[in-house]
Design a protein around this ligand. Structure first.
Ligand SMILES: [Ca+2]
Ligand SMILES: [Ca+2]
Length: 310
């Protein structure tokens, strides 16, 4: 081959390489433009779902503010929520659950974070026993230590856990030494395995209030309230049947309960007929974009106590 022919061949090869590169670049460009459009669409839909979900929280708060009667029970409008309600291109679901019928974990320690509350300790010990959990006192003690300010291990009845325990774990973290903000924190506390949490979660809350709303509570929570004489399963079932037939609408109505076994001995008048706080769960979808939110609100003054965006 002559030097000229050789040069021509090289140029041809170079042109071919450039064409191939350009072609692949164009294909890549077209593909990434498509991906960009899809990402933009998903981002757009997910942003719309975010605002729809946020609107769902507002709807929940409006439903609660609209409820102005003397009692709170699950046959009221707020408790019906909203299911897959169509809004524009999307749908939104709003679920409202009152927390007044649940045992408030943060009540185990006084608001100063210093003294454990003996009445709530008894309730939690009985509750964990009722749920069939082993070492119920240790679970209660671990909750107390998680909440109380000090780093001294609680050791009455059960043995608790402070930072020295949590710092020795494979993935160490300090003990919170403050009230729980959300039930999700339970997963960080010693003894609260996923199975235990699944079992106890429906009966427990944070921000629940000191008294128990008879209209919405569970048999297990009722049974945890009194030991001697105890509120047994049959009394708890009777109370639930009474409130399901007709909600208790005032403290006066609650006097009907005084005749039942275990009621005369209840400490600190544990019952009420209203719920001060609520958990609003919302879920929204717009095409492929979905978002959900969890809000805890205090009904009085429509105060937002906690918000988690998923
Ligand atoms: Ca009400
Ligand atoms: Ca502590």
């Amino acid at each position: 081959m002559t030097p000229l022919a050789n040069e021509k061949g090289t140029v041809l090869l170079l042109v071919l390489v450039i064409i191939a590169l350009l072609a692949s670049l164009l294909t890549e460009f077209a593909f990434s433009t498509l991906v960009d459009i899809r990402l933009t669409e998903t981002f757009r839909d997910s942003t719309r779902a975010y605002y729809l979900s946020k609107g769902g929280v507002r709807v929940g708060r409006i439903l609660l503010q609209d409820d102005k009667n003397s009692y709170d029970s699950r046959d009221e409008t707020w408790a019906q929520g909203v299911s897959n309600y169509p809004v524009g291109d999307g749908v939104v679901t709003v679920h409202i659950e009152d927390l007044g019928g649940k045992l408030d974990i943060n009540r185990l320690v006084d608001s100063q974070g210093i003294n454990p509350d003996s009445i709530f300790i008894d309730r939690f010990n009985r509750f964990f026993t009722l749920m069939g959990l082993t070492d119920p006192e240790d679970l209660t003690a671990a909750l107390i230590d998680w909440i109380d300010k000090d780093d001294e291990v609680y050791n009455t009845l059960g043995i608790g856990a402070e930072s020295n325990y949590y710092e020795s774990l494979e993935h160490p973290y300090p003990c919170k030494n403050a009230p729980l903000d959300s039930l999700e924190e339970l997963g960080l506390i010693r003894g609260f395995t996923p199975d235990v949490i699944k079992l106890v979660r429906p009966h427990l809350a944070v921000h629940a209030g000191e008294q128990i709303n008879v209209n919405t509570t569970t048999e297990e929570v009722l049974m945890s309230l009194s030991e001697d004489p105890e509120i047994d399963r049959s009394t708890a079932e009777t109370i639930v049947a009474m409130r399901d037939a007709k909600p208790f609408k005032s403290q006066e109505d609650l006097k009907e309960l005084n005749q039942l076994p275990g009621m005369a001995n209840l400490l600190r008048t544990p019952f009420t007929v209203t719920s001060p706080t609520y958990r609003i769960l919302t879920w929204a979808a717009v095409n492929d974009g979905t978002r959900s939110m969890e809000a805890i609100v205090q009904k009085a003054g429509d105060q937002l106590l906690f918000l988690k965006v998923n």
